[in-house]
Design a protein around this ligand. Structure first.
Ligand code: NAD
Ligand code: UD1
Length: 332
């Protein structure tokens, strides 16, 4: 049985991916410093899957402890979700982001190298494309130009590091997955996006507004050149996203593979508000404010490459994500 080390495995996307990995019988250890997640996620994983991953509370920046984890087990694959992701905070504290995301990844790659682990799957982001002159983004497009925040820069730099390592070692296998906008949660409602930090993404903010923790949603602009004037993104159900990871590890080969994980369909902010209102049966208070610096009008994935090469495609909709979000919120 293959053994996988999942960094950031108690986080939102990592925990959902573990559920899908367990359906394929992988053995899993989680490494997380619990900066943005809770240890109770392991109990929830056990409730859903009847299996419990091994757990190391280790910071990727602590190379000594990291090394000890690799010394304890022989890993076949590392799935690397751990990272800081608050875009606004990254603008205010760029060094924290470079140290944690880039420095942490370098430590991880060094330990992998030292212990002969050759396979890594990395959580990247559509943000690496910057702004291009079409709303539909595919993997052949350039990256690294026009990234508007240090968080996005760390994703681009790590992608380049992985390519360099692959260049230096013909046996190294990396899959870079560029996520579009993950939303929703496991249908049990046990797991969800439960950040310790202040969210700046749309869905966690909608959730906080619906619970009364934030008085209203600020819609960042209704004057974009889109049908209803609000921004358009590609919202992918996290369960579909998780399935994409399983598909990816089954196709790994020497070198670097890069895939967009998205639905290929754009949804506007107003459409998201309407979908949430439909699922919750309640009005969501909002007001339209000015555009957010660095935002694009419209961005969605061309998922054709992942569909063809990974034999994967999304099956769930924004409506499914909203229904599952309500189950999660009603469970809290
Ligand atoms: P998350 O914050 O829920 O999970 C990340 C986990 O990594 C957390 O549990 C956190 O405690 C852990 N972590 C952070 N720094 C660490 C360190 N130095 N050592 C050990 N653990 C550390 O975030 P998520 O939404 O699950 O995102 C997972 C990955 O996907 C991240 O790399 C993120 O940048 C990337 N990504 C997320 C989105 C999104 O919208 N959620 C979009 C694109 C890419
Ligand atoms: C943002 C980040 C991007 C990061 C991605 C995933 C910026 C400029 N971009 O992208 O770098 O990779 O998250 O973490 O921060 N919106 C509102 N009100 C809100 C929040 C969002 O109207 O309170 C709108 C946005 O303008 C956008 C859409 O909702 O049109 C989605 O926003 P968000 O969830 O932040 O994702 P991205 O903008 O795609």
């Amino acid at each position: 049985m293959k053994r996988i080390l999942v960094t950031g495995g108690t986080g939102y996307i990592g925990s959902h991916t573990i559920i899908e990995l367990y359906k394929r019988d992988y053995e899993i250890d989680v490494l997380d410093n619990l900066y943005n997640s809770k240890i109770t996620v392991l109990d929830k994983l056990e409730k859903i899957t009847d299996k419990r991953p091994g757990f190391y509370q280790v910071d990727l920046c602590d190379k000594e402890k990291l090394d000890k984890v690799f010394a304890e087990h022989e890993y076949d694959i590392v799935m690397h979700f751990a990272g800081l992701k608050a875009v606004g905070e990254s603008v205010e504290q760029p060094l924290k982001y470079y140290e944690n995301n880039v420095g942490g990844t370098v430590n991880l790659l060094e330990c992998m190298q030292k212990h002969g682990v050759k396979k890594i799957v990395f959580s990247s982001s559509a943000t690496v494309y910057g702004e291009q002159d079409t709303p539909k983004y595919d993997e052949s497009m350039s990256t690294g130009m026009g990234i508007t925040n240090p968080y996005g820069e760390t994703k681009h730099v790590i992608e380049e590091i992985l390519k360099d390592v692959a260049e230096s070692d013909p046996e190294f296998e990396a899959v870079i997955l560029r996520y579009f906008n993950p939303v929703g949660n496991h249908p049990s409602g046990l797991l969800g996006e439960d950040p310790n930090d202040i969210p700046n993404n749309l869905m966690p903010i909608i959730m906080k507004v619906s619970r009364g923790e934030i008085p209203e949603l600020s819609v960042y602009g209704d004057d974009y050149p889109t049908p209803d004037g609000s921004g358009i993104r590609d919202y992918i159900h996290v369960v579909d996203l998780a399935r994409g990871h399983v598909a990816a590890i089954e196709k790994m080969k020497p070198g670097v593979l890069i895939y967009n994980l998205g639905t290929g369909k754009g949804t506007s902010v107003f459409e998201m508000i309407k979908a949430f209102e439909k699922a919750s049966g309640r009005k969501l208070p909002y007001k339209v404010v000015g555009r957010r610096a660095g935002d694009l009008a419209e961005m969605y994935a061309d998922p054709a490459k992942a569909e063809k090469e990974l034999d994967w495609k999304t099956e769930l909709t924004v409506e499914d994500a909203m229904r599952d979000t309500m189950t999660y919120l009603n469970n809290l």
